[in-house]
Design a protein around this ligand. Structure first.
Ligand code: SAM
Ligand code: SF4
Length: 331
């Protein structure tokens, strides 16, 4: 009988795909990219048809949630046509996007119409100068307008993502939670990971643990542990008296690998089994060598899952542990 599931050697079932549609971006966040980032030549990036082929193979193998990411996914030309095809797949429980928000003011409605159910929007600061220092772009107003547009478009849920750095935005976490509460949004605070070589700051100096962030948030808000799960690595707390869930993504301080249910495919078609490991399988080479051979692709995915590592080991004392930047892998 044909396998219809993706199971790794540790008994974890893969039901969640993060699909990167571009490595390009209109921002240059200091923790994510170097200032002079070199992007992949267009011919190396999966076409929209190839992206759909990959997604279709995963759906056939039991993936029920897809998150479209990048780079900045909304700068990929023709993205809506891919989303419309995926949005029409009844097997999917969830079609989500992670975005920096810069294009949402004019795209939010179109994304919702295409069938996108959830949005994650990155927001590291509510202060204009700080925002510009984080992203190397003076576009806070544009992102805030994008968030407003997303709220009216009627997504199932909108979550903000904030990378917290000591001495840079850790004093803003309460304001960010207040911003989320006022607008009925969720928010996750992320510990920075040592992905890619950067020169703007020393990661071990600016690392702010989820524990420290939570203590700060609790100085102003009452949090109670929540059973809310999104199939992701966040652990959630409910802000008492509101709809808002506050999540903590703690790759350093809390290892969440035990219940990992996901894999990633980069814009260049590399299947990445774990964010914290370099190993990857070249799906693009396979698809281009054997166009239309769905069975071969399916067999390759099943086989690749045998290599999924048990866990990652990030070490705060090292600046770089994985050479790939987050923008290349797809966050
Ligand atoms: N451009 C979109 C955005 O910014 O939301 C999607 C891609 S971005 C790579 C996805 C998420 O990864 C963002 O929330 C970003 O803050 C986070 N990220 C990027 N580099 C990171 C790093 N080194 N450690 C932790 N999170 C990182
Ligand atoms: Fe672009 Fe997102 Fe990376 Fe920032 S975090 S540089 S917005 S891909």
């Amino acid at each position: 009988m044909q396998d219809t599931h993706l199971l790794d050697p540790f008994g974890r079932r893969i039901t969640y795909l993060r699909l990167s549609v571009t490595d390009r971006c209109d921002f240059r966040c200091t923790y994510c990219m170097s200032e002079d980032m070199v992007f992949a030549p267009r011919a190396q990036i999966l076409s929209l048809e190839e992206l759909y082929t990959v997604a279709d193979a995963f759906i056939g193998l039991g993936v029920r949630r897809i998150r479209i990411t990048g780079g900045e996914p909304l700068v990929r030309k023709g993205l809506t046509s891919l989303l419309t095809r995926l949005g029409a797949r009844d097997e999917l429980d969830d079609l989500a996007i992670t975005s920096n928000g810069s294009q949402l003011e004019h795209m939010a409605h179109e994304l919702r119409e295409a069938g996108v159910t959830r949005l994650n929007i990155s927001l590291d600061s509510l202060q204009r100068e700080r925002f510009a220092a984080f992203t190397r772009r003076d576009r806070l107003d544009q992102v805030l307008s994008g968030i407003d547009a997303a709220r009216v478009a009627g997504f199932r849920r909108i979550k903000l993502n904030t990378v917290v750095q000591k001495g840079r935005n850790d004093d803003e976490v309460q304001d960010l939670v207040a911003f989320a509460v006022d607008r009925g949004l969720d928010i996750s605070f992320i510990e920075e990971m040592p992905l890619g070589s950067i020169s703007s700051h020393e990661r071990k100096v600016t690392l702010c643990t989820s524990e420290e962030v939570r203590e700060r948030v609790e100085q102003r808000f009452q949090l109670v542990p929540s059973s809310h799960r999104t199939g992701g690595p966040s652990r959630y707390w409910q802000v008492v008296g509101s709809d808002t869930q506050v999540g903590f993504i703690s790759p350093h301080s809390r290892n969440f690998c035990g219940d990992c249910n996901r894999v990633r495919v980069t814009a260049e078609g590399k299947l990445v089994l774990c964010l914290g490991h370099e190993g990857a399988l070249d799906l693009k080479a396979l698809i281009r060598r054997h166009p239309g051979d769905a069975e071969r692709l399916r067999a390759a995915l099943i086989e690749a899952l045998r290599l999924k590592p048990e866990r990652h080991h990030f070490d705060a004392s090292e600046q770089v542990q994985v050479i790939r930047f987050m923008s290349m892998t797809g966050g």
